[in-house]
Write a protein that binds this ligand. Structure first.
Ligand SMILES: NC(=O)c1ccc[n+]([C@@H]2O[C@H](COP(=O)([O-])OP(=O)(O)OC[C@H]3O[C@@H](n4cnc5c(N)ncnc54)[C@H](OP(=O)(O)O)[C@@H]3O)[C@@H](O)[C@H]2O)c1
Length: 283
């Protein structure tokens, strides 16, 4: 049985490959990447795979039984890119696609939801067996702001009192490997999030305790937050995105208490305090 993973050189994909190698012989794993150089250290067969090059996708999937389609990172182009992959998978005779979607995508106000909804629809209409991993927020999305918060003396955001049930990227990656290695998960749709939710005020308190310095949370309007992110060098699309995703967080769109992620993992998800600690240790 051959399992292929798209985006295998990305941050999530690399951990998925490591996790799969712990569960099966490496010769059964295929890394699908845009640049073969980026997969040299993965220790598995690598094949060239660009979501935009639809004519090359079917060939790259020959002999593959199961495909983990990790959603792409080029926002705005992803529906067509994912549809290209689904069509190629069908032509190549893939048995089962597992797709990384977005938490509560059918009710989410996140502007990322549309492309995931369209991809889920394409999957359902493809006639292929599918499983959907509706991934919640990576804790790293917030802990990446810790160095800036320490420099500026405050943690900034627009998430108000929204409860955020994030988990470590590695938790989602491990769950993806567990799911695609086991037939029992065929046809399932999972809402995946951390076991324990927190507000950004609580996150700032945790940072303060661990850094032994008072770092308050300053909740600011979306536009002001986007402008600050722009001023520290983030690209316009990402600055606006981060601010708008925080507003969605304030509405509860990053919250979930179903604990499906820890049920898949057979252990608790990584606590936000641990994610804070690992960032502070590398400061
Ligand atoms: N749940 C969350 O909090 C969260 C946060 C961020 C992202 N995401 C989503 O989850 C995905 C995985 O997360 P991540 O942290 O691993 O992101 P990442 O490190 O940015 O990895 C994205 C991967 O997608 C690949 N990719 C992008 N465009 C492609 C294309 N046209 N053809 C083939 N491959 C393409 C990239 O390949 P290259 O190296 O060649 O660019 C890379 O391997 C992201 O792409 C995004 O959809 C979720």
């Amino acid at each position: 049985m051959k399992i292929a993973v798209t985006g295998a050189n990305g941050q999530l994909g690399r951990i998925v490959i490591e996790q799969l190698k712990q569960r099966m012989d490496a010769s059964n794993i295929v890394a699908l990447v845009r640049s073969l150089d980026s997969a040299k250290d993965l220790g598995v067969e690598a094949r060239t795979f660009d979501y935009n090059k639809s004519e090359l996708l079917e060939g790259a999937l020959q002999g593959v039984d199961r495909l983990l389609l990790i959603s792409g990172s080029e926002i705005g182009q992803r529906t067509q890119q994912h549809v290209n992959v689904i069509n190629a998978a069908k032509l190549a005779g893939i048995d089962w696609i597992v797709y990384t979607s977005l938490l509560h995508v059918d009710t989410s106000s996140l502007n990322l939801a549309g492309e995931h909804i369209e991809t889920e629809k394409a999957l359902k209409e493809s006639g292929l067996t599918y499983t959907i991993l509706r991934n919640g927020w990576y804790s790293e999305n917030y802990t990446a702001s810790i160095p800036g918060a320490l420099n500026g003396g405050a943690f900034l955001g627009s998430a108000g009192d929204g409860q955020i049930a994030s988990a470590a990227r590695a938790d989602y990656a491990e769950a993806a490997a567990i799911v695609i290695a086991d037939d029992a998960h065929k046809g399932k749709v999972y809402e995946l999030a951390g076991d324990t939710a927190y507000t950004l005020t609580e996150l700032a308190k945790e940072i303060s305790v661990q850094a032994e310095r008072e770092i308050p949370y300053n909740n600011i309007p979306e536009e002001q937050y986007a402008n600050i992110l722009l001023s520290v060098g983030l690209p316009e699309g990402l600055a606006g995105g981060l601010a708008s995703w925080d507003v969605s967080a304030s509405k509860g769109d990053l919250f979930d208490d179903s604990k499906q992620l820890s049920q898949l993992l057979g252990r608790a998800t990584t606590r936000i305090a641990e994610s804070v600690k690992s960032v502070l240790q590398n400061q």
